[in-house]
Design a protein around this ligand. Structure first.
Ligand SMILES: O=Nc1c(NC[C@H](O)[C@H](O)[C@H](O)CO)[nH]c(=O)[nH]c1=O
Length: 166
């Protein structure tokens, strides 16, 4: 018996009527730029118009939750509802516990945003132990060992907006 919905696992969703926000942190900029580019590329491949992809930045990943919350509210107040938002940040472990505290607090805060804003908020935070891990997940390491995770986030934003949006 076919399990209902499984066939949707690789379904392509039409983003042509969607307005998507991307809020990126400005730490580890080379990696961030690749991830943002990957998300935009996938959004456009799913039909999201260039003028409907709205970019904003914050100083670092710690500012992402509040920045995303205010970004969505300000766009709504301007009459431009966002159908989904992709926060993008790159945290790389240093020699202190800073990484752990920001990773944990920011992840939990981002997780609660979708319900709080009634808008799909995608988890676009890389929490890496080494720079090499982050480069690989942005698809820009030497050996091109992984795909650009920004593309996954773009696809998730379109799917969540089409399936559960207004
Ligand atoms: O420390 N490492 C990182 C970082 N620190 C800054 C922090 O997010 C915040 O902007 C400041 O503490 C000011 O509030 N922000 C990142 O996005 N990635 C890191 O790897």
């Amino acid at each position: 018996m076919a399990v209902k919905g499984l066939g949707q696992l690789d379904q392509v969703y039409d983003g042509s009527n969607l307005r998507i926000g991307i809020v990126y942190a400005r730490w580890n900029r080379t990696i961030i730029d690749a991830l943002v580019e990957g998300a935009i590329k996938r959004l456009q491949s799913l039909g999201v118009k260039e003028e409907n992809i709205i970019l904003e930045s914050v100083p670092g990943s710690f500012e992402l939750p509040w920045g995303v919350e205010r970004f969505v509210q300000k766009e709504f107040e301007k009459g431009h509802r966002l159908d989904a938002v992709i926060p993008i940040g790159v945290l790389i472990k240093g020699s202190t516990m800073h990484f752990e505290y920001i990773s944990d607090s920011t992840t939990n805060a981002i997780m609660s945003l979708s319900s709080k804003l009634n808008t799909p908020v995608i988890f676009g935070l890389l929490t890496c132990l080494t720079e090499e891990q982050a480069l690989a997940r942005a698809g820009i390491d030497e050996g091109k060992t992984m795909h650009n995770h920004g593309e996954d986030w773009g696809a998730a934003a379109v799917e969540m907006a089409v399936k559960f949006g207004y």
